[in-house]
Structure formats: C-alpha cells, structure tokens
Design a protein around this ligand. Structure first.
Ligand SMILES: NC(=O)c1ccc[n+]([C@@H]2O[C@H](COP(=O)([O-])OP(=O)(O)OC[C@H]3O[C@@H](n4cnc5c(N)ncnc54)[C@H](O)[C@@H]3O)[C@@H](O)[C@H]2O)c1
Length: 255
C-alpha cells in the first residue's frame, strides 16, 4: 500500500483497454484514492461502469481537455471533495484521422492545431490547475510514444505533438520543482487500445516490437501500471522531467 493516503486524478479512461485504466487499477491496488474524468457522452456509460468498481462515492466528471471551463470545474470539484491532490495522470491524445494517414508533409494547419491542443497543451493546462491542490507535493505523469524522438511511419503529427508533450513535461518539471511537484512521461511501446487502432499499420508495429526489441515481446498493460506506481511513489522522489521508456527495450535498438 505504497500510495496509501494519496489522492489521484485520472484523465483518459475510455474503456477497459485504456492505458489510463491499467494505471488507475495499479494506483488503487497501491492504496490511492482516485477521481476520474471522461471525455464526453460517447464514452460516459463505459467509464461509469468501470469506475463503479472503485466504489459508489468515486468522483467521475466530464472533461474535454480543450475546454478551460470544464478543466476549472473538475479541479474545483476535486478540491471540494478531497481538499488536496497528489497524483495526476494525463493519458489523453487525439489527431484527426486524415492526419494519421499518408504523408506528414500534407498535415493541415487545423489538424496540427487540434493534435497539439488535445495531446500536448492539455498537459500544461492540467498541471496549472492541479498545482494549487498539490500542497504536499505531487507526481504528474503523461503518456508518450517513441514517435516523439524518431520517425514512425503514419504516426505523423502525433509524433510531433508527443515531442511537444515531452518538452512541456520538462518545462513544467522546472517550474513546479520548488513545490515538490514532479512531472514525467512514460513512453509506452504499442498497446492494443482504441486510440492505437486509429494508427495505420498498428499490427505491424506490434509484430516489429516482438521481433526486434531486446525482450522479444510486447509490453503488458500491468507493466505500465507498475511504472505508474513507481513514478507516483516517494521512492521516485528525485526523478522529474524524464521520459521513461516502457517498451521492452525497443528504444535502444538501431538495427
Ligand atoms: N496504445 C498505445 O500503443 C500507446 C503507446 C504509447 C502512448 N500511448 C498514449 O497513451 C495515451 C492513452 O491512449 P490509449 O492507447 O490508452 O487509448 P484510449 O483511446 O483508451 O485513450 C485515449 C483517451 O484520450 C481521450 N481523449 C481524446 N480527446 C480528448 C479530449 N479532447 N478531452 C478529453 N479526453 C480526450 C479519450 O476519451 C480516451 O479516453 C495517449 O496519450 C496515447 O497517445 C498509447
């Protein structure tokens, strides 16, 4: 129960395959009390069913991360209910489908804007809203992917947005460090989720990791959960601004 007494807020559960759900479950098993948000009506029922398993009193609120007034409301309600916050998971990303097909050079201004607003700027907005509640220090974790650092065909504008997310985590880590708030990214290998299925060639990606990563397999969602617990706990108290690869070692390979 290494996270006993910690309050966490989770953004990004859409269904039981969501990475956010794997990390939320691990945080709960480690003793944290959690609140959740969901994007909108489309996923509400699914998320309600899942979150019920955390107990009937669990706070569940709608939040489209592109809407400042919804973000403000979420943090006001978390403040009212729990009085403080220790953990925040940002597991949210989106790019218009046409931007994830074909050539990156054809990315429209609007697709570039939307991908960065939802997938990168939202971390800044959530961290700013969370900081006043993190009076005992905190751990903010965002989900990234290797497409931030290297070209992954078809990942396109999402890779550029992930680069922005990782850089934002570093700048936030600097700003919030004196408040003992740490900000890190987990760069996960491919996981079969709703968002992942929107990427052309996703199955090829899974096969490639199995063949070429040092561990010759794909990661298990519970391994993301375990890393989420590690980054959240005081044992990781000196780790901030980092991108931690949880990808069976794929990132170290050149050939
Ligand atoms: N699945 C993978 O292979 C993989 C690998 C590395 C990183 N990631 C990252 O993990 C995170 C979670 O993705 P996932 O794979 O669990 O898929 P997912 O589809 O389960 O989760 C994506 C979440 O983003 C939310 N979202 C999208 N637009 C939003 C908005 N405007 N406001 C609020 N929420 C919004 C969706 O509702 C959903 O809950 C993403 O940042 C993704 O890029 C995924």
């Amino acid at each position: 129960m290494i996270l006993a007494g910690k309050i966490g807020l989770v953004f990004g559960v859409a269904n039981k395959r969501s990475i956010a759900w794997a990390i939320a479950q691990a945080w709960k098993e480690a003793g944290a009390t959690l609140a959740f948000t969901y994007q909108g009506e489309r996923v509400r029922e699914n998320v309600e069913e899942l979150v019920e398993t955390f107990g009937p009193d669990t706070l569940l609120l709608p939040c489209d991360v592109t809407r400042d007034e919804e973000i403000d409301r979420v943090f006001a309600e978390v403040g009212q209910r729990h009085g403080k916050l220790h953990l925040l998971l940002h597991s949210v990303a989106y790019a218009p489908r046409e931007a994830l097909e074909g050539e990156f050079v054809k990315t429209s201004r609007e697709a570039f804007r939307v991908a960065h607003d939802v997938s990168a700027y939202s971390l800044v907005a959530l961290a700013r809203a969370a900081a006043p509640l993190m009076t005992e220090g905190g751990s903010i974790i965002a989900m990234s992917y290797y497409g931030a650092a290297k070209v992954i065909p078809h990942y396109n504008v999402m890779g550029v947005a992930k680069a922005s997310l990782e850089a934002s985590a570093r700048y936030l880590a600097y700003d919030l460090g004196t408040k003992k708030i740490r900000v890190n990214c987990i760069s996960a290998g491919p996981v079969n989720t709703l968002a992942a299925r929107g990427i052309v060639g996703f199955n090829t990606m899974l096969k490639r990791y199995e063949k070429h990563s040092p561990l010759q397999r794909n990661l298990l969602p519970e391994e993301l959960g375990a890393t989420g617990v590690f980054l959240a706990c005081d044992g990781a108290g000196a780790i901030t601004g980092q991108t931690i690869y949880v990808d069976c070692g794929y990132e170290i390979m050149a050939m």
